[in-house]
Ligand binder design. Structure first.
Ligand code: NI
Ligand code: MN
Length: 228
């Protein structure tokens, strides 16, 4: 499986010939500037963890341009249909799994909030577990550590976890180490840091902190792709 990081929390997963775009925030994302243009992206699916502008982002424009199926909670998929007339959507909620042609997606709980920029209700925030090609990836979304991460660690043999580390709005360095002790992934990729001044984080300090766990830290530059 391939994972490309576009800065902030925007990711593209490629499994087989399927392209899965996660939290497509390109417009006004300082970390994506000069790295990717919206027209470069041709996803088959778009996963949205929650309704905040730095995650829902360009979902409407990319969905309309590509026809990708948008997977998100019911409140977000309803908003897309109501506000943009877009109905190639699939709604899920925390704890639910759906078998797709490319693999299985499980929607997870996230400890955060979720509302659209116009103030309308975005439902509960979420994360996703993707199982495909014999690999399992956890994308936490914006969240604090939460105790049930230990269930995810028991239930899924996680090859890779994508965790926010920027503090203030999500877990920071200490919180991510707490989360990793429960999740026990082989590899961890940090996101949601250094993209905005208030998310300024010493990533070397984070790498050092993670080295105290059994997990391998994998820092990615915007535009970088890894295969795992
Ligand atoms: Ni958020
Ligand atoms: Mn965010």
């Amino acid at each position: 499986m391939e994972l490309t990081f576009f800065g902030h929390s925007t990711l593209m997963l490629k499994t087989g010939s399927t392209r899965i775009l996660v939290d497509p925030f390109i417009t006004d994302n300082p970390a994506a500037e000069g790295v990717v243009a919206m027209t470069d992206l041709d996803p088959d699916f778009i996963l949205v963890t929650h309704a905040h502008g730095d995650h829902f982002g360009d979902t409407v424009d990319i969905a309309l341009a590509t026809g990708a199926q948008v997977v998100a909670n019911f409140e977000i998929t309803s908003y897309l249909t109501r506000a943009a007339g877009y109905d190639n959507v699939l709604s899920m909620n925390s704890g639910g799994s759906v078998l797709f042609s490319f693999g299985t997606l499980t929607m997870t709980y996230a400890r955060h909030s979720s509302s659209f920029e116009d103030g309308s209700y975005g439902g509960n925030p979420n994360g996703f577990v993707l199982q495909a090609e014999g690999r399992t990836v956890y994308i936490a979304g914006d969240t604090a550590p939460f105790n049930e991460m230990s269930w995810l660690g028991e239930e899924f043999n996680l090859d890779l976890a994508v965790l926010p580390i920027g503090d203030r709005y999500t877990m920071g360095i200490k919180g991510s180490v707490r989360a990793l002790k429960m999740l026990k992934p082989k590899i961890v990729v940090p996101v949601h840091y250094n993209s905005f001044p208030e998310l300024k984080t010493d990533v070397d300090e984070w790498v050092t902190a993670v080295k105290g766990t059994d997990c391998r830290p994998q820092v990615m530059d915007p535009g970088e792709t890894i295969t795992f």
